[in-house]
Design a protein around this ligand. Structure first.
Ligand code: SAM
Length: 245
């Protein structure tokens, strides 16, 4: 991808509206213990700009050093407490899996699970995925992006908070290597159709499946968020797009 495409993607992603609610990061005692015990092992220290989920534009993180090896890189955006990330990372031991999550108590729960699992191919950055992709990931460095059950912001006056915008798609395209895959799932039909529209109109993405929808990805365990959608009789939409060009 040319420098100008990358620069355009970066210019367009600076935003005031974020896709998450700035909640209190207060943790329960067991979460605090997990945070303090395992943080140094799994959570990468990154320089901040202003807020605790920002990343300084001049930040540099050596992911090879952080993972202790050079390997295929998977980035999961918003894994919550890692309910699907951990079994999926266990199923891909040859890959480095980087979790981008804004909510510290969820990260603390993920740390407990990680420690119990014995996995060593997961690292976590506590940050807005927009800032993390923009400032920590070199262009073309990511093999796969996972985005499962992003916050739907289903009221129309909140749609502007949805993460998957044309600008975010452009940023993600610039970080994926050619041939890299973006896997997405949501239980909100209007968001699913909007995501298709956004990715179908981005020249750097093509649907892996000719009819636009992916079959349910077997590797993805059902999380509480997916189950909540199923219980409410919402359809689950899977999408898989390949970075081309
Ligand atoms: C609805 S939950 C889904 C959790 C998980 N993916 C699952 O399927 O169970 C959405 C998650 O995305 C996180 N999130 C929202 N916006 C984010 C952003 N811009 N960067 C990183 N994480 C974000 C939230 O904190 C939350 O943990």
């Amino acid at each position: 991808m040319t420098g100008s495409v990358v620069q355009r993607a970066e210019r367009r992603t600076r935003r005031e509206v974020v896709s998450f609610v700035r909640r209190s990061n207060r943790m329960r005692p067991n979460q605090r213990r997990a945070w303090e015990t395992y943080r140094d092992r799994f959570v990468l220290d990154v320089p901040r700009l202003d807020t605790s989920t920002s990343i300084h534009p001049a930040a540099a993180v050596d992911l090879i050093e952080a993972f202790g090896r050079d390997a295929e890189l998977i980035v999961e955006i918003g894994p919550g407490a890692g309910e699907s990330l951990i079994p999926m990372a266990a199923a891909r031991p040859q890959a480095n899996v980087l979790a981008l999550e804004v909510y510290q108590p969820a990260i603390a729960r993920m740390l407990s699970r990680l420690a119990r699992s014995g996995l060593d191919n997961v690292r976590i950055v506590e940050a807005d995925a927009v800032a993390a992709l923009e400032h920590l990931m070199p262009a073309g460095s990511v093999d796969e992006i996972w985005l499962f059950f992003p916050d739907p912001w289903h009221k129309s006056r909140h749609h502007k908070r949805r993460l998957l915008t044309p600008e975010f798609a452009a940023l993600s395209a610039s970080r994926l290597r050619p041939g890299g895959i973006w896997r997405i799932a949501t239980d909100w039909d209007d968001y699913a159709y909007r995501i298709r529209q956004v990715l179908d109109t981005n020249p750097y993405f093509i649907s892996v499946y000719p009819n636009g929808w992916a079959p349910r990805w077997d590797a993805r365990p059902i999380t509480h968020f997916e189950q909540r959608g199923l219980d409410a009789r919402r359809q689950i939409f899977d999408l898989a797009y390949r970075r081309v060009g």
